[in-house]
Ligand binder design. Structure first.
Ligand SMILES: Nc1ncnc2c1ncn2[C@@H]1O[C@H](COP(=O)(O)OP(=O)(O)OP(=O)(O)O)[C@@H](O)[C@H]1O
Length: 922
């Protein structure tokens, strides 16, 4: 839109310019014919030169480089056409008169139409200059006057007026006013960039005829043009609003609409002023050239017609321009659309580019990260390599140092060796010299030493003689010593022999010891009777007193006076005596079994008197309450263990029962045939080897179980049968090789109550009869043994047959007589005690004599002597087992042995069996 006014302006300017050219051409043609023309030209030239000179002085040669000192009219106009020199000169005179002077070269470069812009720029500078002149009240000229064909005289006049103004100002110190024609400054508005003044000025210039008629004619033309222009631009404001339109430069649309109005109406006000100035100028000229006025008036009429023609042409041109403007507008819209499309495409491309840029950026970031990682890794490797290089370097340095040290050391060593070599060489030489000297001195010494050796040989010969005599003496002494040693060895042999004989006598001593021990036991009586009274089951007891060897019973009488009967035995045990105390007196018999004696311990008494309690203990016995059987076997194994170094014992167990004269093996379920009994033993019965007390106890349990089974079947048969536990001992002396046989019967007899009192019949009677018979047979055997009869009735019962080997002359028998203390058992107790006393009295008949006879005293003395001898032999045996280390102990041993031999004479009653002496066979 901005290009449109410029094009129009330029077009109009061209039209006007052509018109002015023709007009000037006509004027020049007319004036050239006259004399006046030459004078005018000359005068104009002078005035122009003056103006040029003054301008050059004002702006300087640099600023006025395009303006020669005496320019031609064309050069003058060309130099001032851009208005720069004019504005600069005016600003020198009146600073700030032209606030903005546009420099042509820079603007011409920017805009495409340089020429149009130059014209515009010229116009703007020139216009501002003219406006400033008007403010100062100075004469002005038309802008077109600067163009070719313009009126240069008006320009020159204007410059000379300005010169006069300057000179006056200098003289009056700024108070001078040009020609007194000072006008109000607001009469003419400053020319702006889009102001339509150029058009108006063009018109003004076209009407710038010197004559006043020409000006009026020009005004008419303007008035004629104005209605048509208003008709064309209907709706626009009238010319009176033109100032407001000029001020509102921002509203472009309004300005465009007002262009035509401004074009037609222009600034009538400014035109009036210009015309006024022109008229003044014309008056001047007309006064100088009055003859020319007529010609001008004629010419003006012609010009009027030409102007009308020109206006018609302008109108045509303008309509064409409008059409072109519409086309241009359409073209602009189309180009706008194209531009928008292009913009959209560009936007898409820009987005694509942005995406690509983002991708590229991401890729670059990723590559940057990768690069950084690579760099870090390379840095690490570099650091590592640096470290390794440092290490290698250090190693190199170290090895270099080592090499140097080694070299230095080698050098030192070499030097030392060299020194040593020199030293050795020196020493060698010295030694050679020394050896030479020594050799000489040694020859002398050897000679002296030879003499000394000869002396020594002499001395040695003497010494050898002395030694020979000493050897002889020593030999003699050795022979004497040999004899002495032989005598001592013989003496020692004798001593050794005596020791050997003493050792061999030890076995004899031991045997004698056993014999003496058993003799002591024999002196106590082969059949010993111990009486034991069990606790009373209720308060009425028949036992009044029990001491160590007697028991007293209360015998009620019919006359109310109770009697008392005392029985004497080897030992009597009251109801509170423990099992251990009862066994204490039994213990020596167990030792006799291992010495080769046969022993029989049996319990006698009526039913319930305590026989089983004594022999086996109560049911579920404890260590304290176990009976004689267990304790006897325990001692048996204990002693055999003590003697295992000298005697090896083989122990076997047999357990039998005799019921109604029938013998039964309790360790077997089979009944033993009676025919097998040979009077002393039961060879068909099981004989079980045992190694310990536990083995015997398990066998006893088995036997008691078998007996209990039978008792269940036969109604408490245990009370009416005899049970017998037999232990057979076979010993072998490990030193002498002799064998020893012994046995012990542990018998729990059946109840001894009499048949008549029990008043039983049938089987019970038969049982009682068998019991009485066997017990009576036992009494008879014991009685026969006591009386030392030729015939001993063992065969009267199975019991005596079974116990035959233990009731013989070489056996030892112990009978426990049991008493029930209750009064209702008194008769049985008395009967039992009488039986036991008979046994005891018969065997211990001597005891009865023991109170008064000399034989008893003699026997007691023998017992004392034997005990002393036994104690002495025990000591000897102890000493023999631990012989004295010195020779001085031997006489003591000899004396002990001699004393033993003496004391052994006393034992003579019974000799234990050995293999040859044993008459018992199993
Ligand atoms: N010295 C004693 N101390 C305590 N109690 C005893 C003693 N003697 C026997 N008794 C008890 O008396 C009761 C009978 O004893 P035991 O059975 O030993 O008599 P017995 O003579 O063996 O009888 P039987 O002939 O019927 O076998 C048992 O209960 C037993 O525990």
């Amino acid at each position: 839109m901005a290009a449109f006014p410029l094009n129009v302006i330029s077009m109009v300017e061209n039209v006007l310019h052509k018109y002015d050219e023709r007009l000037d051409q006509r004027l020049d043609e007319r004036l050239s014919d006259t004399h006046f023309a030459s004078r005018k030209a000359k005068e104009a030239s002078l005035r122009r030169n003056e103006a040029a000179k003054w301008l050059r002085n004002m702006v300087g040669t640099v600023g006025g480089r395009d303006l020669p000192a005496e320019p031609s009219e064309e050069d003058f106009m060309a130099a001032l056409r851009n208005g720069i020199i004019l504005c600069s000169a005016l600003n020198k005179i009146q600073p700030g008169a032209v606030p903005k002077v546009v420099e042509a070269p820079s603007d011409a470069d920017v805009l495409p139409d340089g020429k149009a812009l130059s014209v515009y720029q010229y116009f703007e500078n020139v216009r501002n200059f003219l406006v400033a002149l008007e403010r100062l009240g100075l004469p002005t000229f038309e802008t077109s006057d600067l163009e070719q064909g313009g009126i240069s005289s008006r320009v020159v006049n204007c410059i000379l007026a300005l010169k006069s103004y300057n000179e006056g100002k200098l003289i009056t110190n700024g108070l001078w006013r040009y020609g007194g024609n000072v006008r109000a400054s607001n009469l003419i508005k400053p020319v702006m960039s889009k102001d339509p003044e150029p058009l108006k000025e063009s018109f003004s210039s076209a009407n710038s005829d010197p004559s006043h008629e020409h000006c009026e004619e020009q005004n008419k033309i303007t008035q004629e043009y104005k209605p048509s222009s208003e008709a064309h631009n209907s709706g626009l404001k009238p010319a009176s609003d033109d100032e407001e339109m000029v001020d509102n430069e921002d509203v472009e649309a309004k300005q465009e609409k007002c262009d035509n109005v401004k074009y037609n109406a222009g600034e009538e006000r400014s035109s009036k002023h210009l015309k006024q100035l022109e008229l003044d100028q014309q008056r001047k000229e007309s006064s100088e050239f009055p003859k020319q006025q007529d010609l001008v008036e004629q010419e003006n009429e012609k010009n009027k017609i030409l102007k009308q023609q020109l206006l018609a042409q302008i109108e045509n041109k303008r309509s064409e321009l409008l059409k072109q403007q519409q086309l241009i507008q359409q073209e602009n819209e189309r180009s706008m659309l194209l531009k928008q499309q292009e913009l959209a495409q560009l936007e898409n491309k820009r987005n694509d580019l942005l995406k690509q840029q983002q991708l590229v950026q991401q890729e670059s970031e990723r590559s940057e990260v990768w690069k950084q990682q690579q760099l870090a890794q390379l840095e690490n490797e570099r650091v590592e390599l640096t470290k390794q290089q440092q290490i290698v370097q250090q190693e190199k340095e170290r090895s270099e140092l080592l090499k140097q040290q080694q070299l230095a050391q080698l050098e030192n060593e070499r030097m030392q060796l060299l020194e040593e070599h020199q030293l050795v060489q020196q020493q060698k030489n010295e030694r050679i010299n020394l050896l030479k000297q020594q050799l000489l001195s040694q020859q002398e010494k050897e000679r002296i030493q030879l003499l000394k050796q000869q002396q020594l040989v002499e001395q040695h010969k003497e010494s050898i003689q002395e030694l020979k005599s000493m050897v002889y003496q020593t030999k003699t002494g050795m022979e004497f010593l040999q004899k002495k040693h032989q005598e001592e060895i013989i003496h020692l042999g004798k001593q050794l022999h005596s020791i050997a004989s003493a050792a061999s006598g030890y076995q004899r001593i031991l045997e004698e010891n056993r014999k003496l021990y058993n003799q002591v036991q024999d002196l106590k009586g082969n059949i010993r009777v111990y009486c034991r009274v069990r606790p009373c089951h209720h308060n009425q007891t028949s036992v009044s007193n029990i001491d160590e060897g007697s028991i007293s019973l209360i015998i009620p009488s019919k006359n109310g006076k109770d009697g008392k009967k005392t029985f004497t035995f080897n030992r009597c045990f009251g109801p509170n005596v423990t099992q251990a105390e009862v066994f204490a007196d039994t213990q020596p018999l167990i030792r006799s079994v291992l010495d080769g004696y046969n022993v029989c311990i049996f319990a006698y008494g009526q039913t319930g008197s305590g026989k089983t309690h004594t022999m086996s203990g109560p049911n579920n016995p404890t260590e304290e309450t176990v009976g004689v059987n267990y304790r006897a076997l325990r001692d048996l194994f204990l002693i055999s263990e003590q003697r295992k170094d000298t005697i090896h014992y083989d122990i076997r167990v047999q357990m039998l029962e005799i019921y109604n004269e029938t013998v039964r093996d309790l360790l077997s379920t089979d009944e033993i045939r009676n025919s097998s009994l040979n009077g002393i033993n039961v060879p068909d019965a099981n004989l079980v080897p045992v190694q310990s007390t536990a083995d015997v106890l398990s066998l006893m349990d088995l036997g008691f179980k078998n007996r209990a089974v039978s008792a269940t079947a036969m109604n408490d048969r245990s009370s009416r049968s005899h049970s017998c536990l037999t232990v057979h001992v076979h010993g072998k002396d490990l030193t002498s090789g002799k064998t020893i046989r012994g046995s012990i019967h542990l018998v729990d007899l059946a109840g001894s109550e009499r048949v008549d009192k029990s008043e039983v019949t049938g089987d019970r009677l038969k049982e009682a009869q068998h019991i009485n018979k066997s017990l009576a047979a036992l009494g008879d055997v014991i009685s026969s043994l006591a009386q030392k009869q030729q015939h001993i009735p063992y065969r009267n019962s199975k019991l005596t047959q079974l116990l035959q080997d233990s009731l013989g002359g070489q056996a030892k028998t112990l009978m426990f007589v049991h008493i029930a203390p209750e009064q209702d058992a008194l008769v049985e107790s008395i009967s039992t005690l009488k039986f036991a006393e008979r046994v005891s009295t018969i065997e211990l008949g001597a005891a009865k004599v023991n109170k008064d006879s000399a034989d008893v005293k003699e026997l007691k003395e023998q017992i004392a002597n034997l005990k002393a001898a036994l104690a002495q032999k025990d000591e000897e045996a102890e000493q023999f087992q631990h012989p004295p280390s010195s020779k001085s102990d031997l006489p003591v041993l000899k004396s002990q042995l001699s004393s033993t031999t003496v004391s052994s004479k006393s034992g003579s009653r019974k000799i234990p069996r050995d293999d040859s002496a044993s008459s018992l066979e199993v």
